[in-house]
Ligand binder design. Structure first.
Ligand code: SF4
Ligand code: SF4
Length: 344
């Protein structure tokens, strides 16, 4: 599509064209897609695919990034939140600063050479110990990335954030979710009155000199260049200091249906796709979660699959250094194929 989506009216018109092949009830998120459901029998055996071929695995290369999920509670209940966060979902309970310290100690003690600590949720600033956790990670010399919606929960921590910025400078980055460069599409996904508070939070971070990034999305038929142009216009208009052409500062995720059918990934797929297993996220990162009802936090393969027992790796980092069998639809959809295909 050559047209740039400069405003809500343009976005609505373009959205109507983009979604002509879909069923999208009034008020539904434009990021929810009708698609054939996942075939039964797939992703059931970690060693072989439904067709009997050897399943691809990702080796552990290094723990470059350790993510902490601070808990699934969130001030929003976005229509397609992959972790189904909401103001009432505490399936992942609040992580404690003590648990974060335990894993940071293990990193230091075992020489994991971890560069970055990430915090995600839910909304991390809902966790009452978030400031202490950030201080722990920054105080150990790590770079820290926090994924936030920049709304009221974050704004309640303004004084703590300013103090962290003063002590640790540019090592603290906040990445704000802004689901689209138009209010209409953002709020169709995130709910009414979610746009202006997020923009104001982003403006506050920008005005106070924090390193910031935006996590956005583009619709299925919206070219990357059009989406970046839309965000660039928004950032200029709202005085948000982000270069929309910088892919590390404006991270755009394509629209994908988490329930749609996908091929399984076999060992032969790497060669067909020209991909290396070592480049997949779980080669270089892990995530810590604390599930409701469990007595301590545990390590899982990645941020995308917090609850599947097949991706639970133990309660220490040392136990979590084995290869990961790509036995979940997310592995194919989000990490390996991303819209491409192979014969698996
Ligand atoms: S703000 Fe993020 S964590 Fe919260 S419901 Fe939306 S997508 Fe999920
Ligand atoms: S979704 Fe699968 S392939 Fe992707 S990071 Fe997680 S475990 Fe690895």
């Amino acid at each position: 599509m050559a047209e740039t989506l400069g405003g809500d009216a343009g976005a609505i018109a373009a959205l109507a064209r983009m979604t002509r092949a879909r069923t999208m009830p009034a008020g539904a998120s434009p990021f929810r897609v009708e698609a054939p459901a996942l075939s039964r029998g797939k992703f059931s055996d970690p060693e072989v695919t439904a067709a009997g071929e050897p399943r691809a695995k990702v080796p552990f290369v290094a723990l470059e990034t350790l993510w902490f999920n601070t808990g699934t509670l969130c001030n929003l209940a976005c229509a397609t939140c992959y972790i189904e966060s909401s103001p009432t979902n505490d399936a992942l309970t609040y992580l404690s600063a003590g648990e974060v310290a335990r894993f940071l100690d293990e990193i230091a003690g075992n020489g994991f050479a971890t560069r970055e600590i990430g915090f995600t949720g839910g909304e991390p600033f809902m966790n009452p110990e978030i400031a202490a956790m950030l201080e722990l990670a920054l105080g150990r010399g790590h770079e820290v990335l926090v994924l936030t919606n920049a709304m009221r929960p974050m704004r309640r921590h303004e004084a703590a954030l300013l103090a962290l910025r003063d002590r640790h400078g540019a090592r603290l980055t906040l990445r704000v979710s802004l689901d689209h460069h138009t209010r209409t599409i953002h709020e169709a996904e995130r709910g009414a009155r979610s746009w202006q508070p997020a923009l104001e939070g982003l403006q506050w971070l920008s005005a106070h000199g924090f390193p910031i990034a935006v996590a956005g999305r583009r619709l299925a038929a919206e070219p990357d260049g059009d989406a970046r142009a839309g965000y660039a216009a928004l950032f200029a208009r709202e005085q948000i200091a982000i270069d929309a052409q910088d892919r590390s500062r404006l991270v755009l995720f394509p629209e994908m249906d988490a329930a749609a059918d996908v091929p399984e990934i076999t060992t032969a797929c790497w060669g067909m796709l020209g991909r290396s297993a070592a480049d997949v996220m779980c080669a270089s990162s892990r995530m810590v979660v604390h599930r409701r009802g469990e007595d301590r936090a545990r390590v899982v393969a990645c941020t995308l699959i917090p609850g599947d027992p097949g991706f639970d790796l133990g309660d220490t980092l040392a136990e979590a250094t084995g290869p990961i069998a790509l036995n979940h639809p997310h592995c194919a959809r989000f990490c390996v194929l991303g819209g491409a295909s192979c014969s698996g």
